[in-house]
Design a binder for this molecule. Structure first.
Ligand code: PEP
Ligand code: CO
Length: 448
C-alpha cells in the first residue's frame, strides 16, 4: 500500500501519449518540478472545507469552463468573459437558492484530453490523436501530432498566467457584488433572459444597500469572491511533477490545481490514475457514468477516501437525460447505505452528446436541463443531496449546443462553432440553465 508521487508508474496507464524522446521528457519534468506551484495547500484545504459544507447542503458548487483550454485561448478577453458568466450564474444561484456558492473553474490547466482512439487516419495517413495542447497540436501533420514534452512547461506557464490574471481581477474588485455591471458582456443586451437577470441584480443591490444602512458600513466581505481551479488529472507526468510536501502540513499536495478529477475513461480501480489520486491531499472528483455499477463506485470511495473525510470525495455523475433514471438511483442508495461522505455534482453535458445532421457534435439544451432536473429529484427521493453542477460553458457567443431561449437549431451550429472538442453552453444558455436550476432545486435543493 505504499504510495509515492511516482507509484502510479507501476500500474496500467490509460490515455497517455507515447513520447518518442524519453530523455527530453525527463528533462522537461526536472524543469517542471523546479518551478513554483500554482496554488497553495491553504487554498486546497479551504476548498475541501467548502465542499464539506456543500455536502451538508450549506453551499452550492458551480464548476464550469471549457471542455479543453487551448494555449491560444490564454487571452485576457476570453478569461474575463468566462469569469463574467460564472459570476452572473453564481449571482443568480446565490439569490435564488439563498445559499453561498463555491465557484470552481475548469481552467488554468485543463489542457489534456482523453480520446477514444490512440491514432487517427485521414486519406491513408495515420497519426497520433490530438490529446490536448499539453501533449500535441490539433493540426493533422506529423510534426504537430508528435507528443512534445516542452508543452508541459508551456502548459504550466499558461496556467500560471491564467490564474495570475484571475487572482488580479478578483483582488482588484472585479467580483465585487456592489458592481455587477462589471460583468456585463457586450453582446447580450438583447438576450431573452436579460430582464429577469437584471431584476435579480436590482434586488440584490437593494438588499445590499439595506444591509449596509443597518450595519452602518460597507459589507466588505462581499467585495471579493474566490475562484478555485480544476482540471482532469489525466497526464500523470505533469501531475507528479507538481506534487509536493509543504511545511507543517501532513501529506502530499498536487499544487497545480485545487481540485483534480478522474475522468470516466481512467477510473479503473487498479489503474494508474486512481493510484496517483489516492495519495494526494486535494479533494478528488470522480466522473461516474452508466457503465459504473455500485460495487465499482464504492470500491473507488474506499480507495480514495478510506478515512471518510468530509469534503474529500466528489462524485460527478454524467449519465445522460435518457439513462439517469435507471442508473443513478441504485448508486445513490448504495452510497447512502455505505455511509461514505461524498459531495454529489451533476455533469449534464457528457452523457448528452449527439451528432447533428451536418456531422458536428452537439448537445440539446433540453436534455441538459432535463438531466439537471432529474438529478435534483432523484437525490431528493433517495434521501441524498445534490450539491452542485459541473458544466462546459464559455463567455463567447458560440453556437455549439442547440436549443435554449433563442431556439438555436442545427443550422445555427455552423455560424459560430469554435470548440475543438465538446460543445459548450454559450453565455445565454448558461445563464438560462442557472435560472432553470432555481426552478428545479426546490425546497430540498439546498438546506439552509
Ligand atoms: C470532460 O469532462 O471533458 C470529459 C471528458 O468527461 P468524462 O470523463 O466524463 O467523459
Ligand atoms: Co468535455
Amino acid at each position: 500500500m505504499t504510495w509515492t508521487p511516482e507509484s502510479w508508474q507501476t500500474k496500467t496507464v490509460a490515455q497517455h501519449p507515447t513520447y518518442p524522446d524519453a530523455a527530453a521528457l525527463q528533462a522537461a519534468l526536472v524543469q517542471l518540478k523546479g518551478l513554483p506551484p500554482l496554488v497553495t495547500s491553504w487554498e486546497v484545504n479551504k476548498l475541501k472545507a467548502e465542499f464539506a459544507a456543500a455536502q451538508r447542503g450549506e453551499r452550492f458548487v458551480l464548476q464550469g469552463g471549457d471542455c479543453a483550454e487551448s494555449f491560444a485561448d490564454c487571452r485576457a478577453e476570453l478569461i474575463t468573459n468566462r469569469l463574467k458568466v460564472l459570476l452572473q450564474m453564481s449571482l443568480v444561484l446565490t439569490h435564488g437558492l439563498k445559499t453561498r456558492v463555491t465557484r470552481v473553474g475548469r481552467f488554468a490547466g485543463q489542457y489534456a484530453k482523453p480520446r477514444s482512439t490512440d491514432l487517427e487516419t485521414r486519406n491513408g495517413l495515420t497519426l497520433p490523436s490530438y490529446r490536448g495542447d499539453l501533449v500535441n497540436a490539433p493540426e493533422f501533420s506529423l510534426e504537430a501530432r508528435t507528443p512534445d514534452p516542452r508543452r508541459l512547461l508551456e502548459g504550466h506557464s499558461r496556467s500560471a498566467m491564467t490564474i495570475n490574471f484571475v487572482r488580479g481581477l478578483v483582488d482588484g474588485g472585479f467580483a465585487d457584488l456592489h458592481h455587477p455591471e462589471y460583468w456585463d458582456l457586450d453582446w447580450v443586451q438583447h438576450a431573452p433572459l436579460a430582464a429577469e437577470y437584471q431584476a435579480r441584480v436590482d434586488a440584490i443591490g437593494d438588499s445590499l444597500r439595506f444591509m449596509e444602512t443597518l450595519a452602518g458600513q460597507p459589507l466588505s466581505d462581499l467585495q471579493r469572491v474566490d475562484f478555485y481551479t480544476s482540471h482532469e488529472a489525466l497526464l500523470l507526468w505533469a501531475e507528479q511533477a507538481q506534487t509536493r510536501q509543504v511545511p507543517r502540513q501532513p501529506g502530499w499536495f498536487n499544487l497545480s490545481t485545487h481540485f483534480p478529477w478522474i475522468g470516466l475513461r481512467t477510473a479503473a480501480l487498479e489503474g494508474a490514475h486512481v493510484e496517483y489520486c489516492r495519495g494526494i491531499a486535494n479533494p478528488i472528483g470522480i466522473k461516474v457514468g452508466p457503465s459504473m455499477g455500485a460495487d465499482w463506485v464504492l470500491a473507488l470511495c474506499e480507495k480514495i477516501n478510506p478515512l471518510r473525510e468530509a469534503g474529500k470525495l466528489v462524485l460527478i455523475h454524467r449519465m445522460g437525460a435518457a439513462k439517469i433514471e435507471q442508473y443513478l438511483p441504485p448508486l445513490v442508495q448504495a452510497l447512502r447505505q455505505s455511509g461514505h461522505p461524498v459531495l454529489w455534482l451533476c455533469d449534464p453535458m457528457h452523457g448528452n452528446t449527439q451528432t447533428a445532421g451536418n456531422g458536428l457534435k452537439t448537445r440539446a439544451f433540453d436534455d441538459i436541463a432535463s438531466e439537471v432536473a432529474q438529478s435534483f429529484r432523484i437525490h431528493r427521493e433517495g434521501g441524498s443531496h445534490l450539491g452542485g453542477v459541473h458544466l462546459e460553458l464559455t463567455g463567447e457567443d458560440v453556437t455549439e449546443c442547440i436549443g435554449g431561449a433563442r431556439g438555436l437549431t442545427e443550422t445555427d451550429l455552423e455560424r459560430a462553432y469554435r470548440s475543438q472538442v465538446d460543445p459548450r453552453l454559450n453565455y445565454e444558455q448558461a445563464l438560462e440553465l442557472a435560472m432553470k436550476i432555481l426552478a428545479v432545486a426546490g425546497s430540498g435543493g439546498t438546506r439552509q
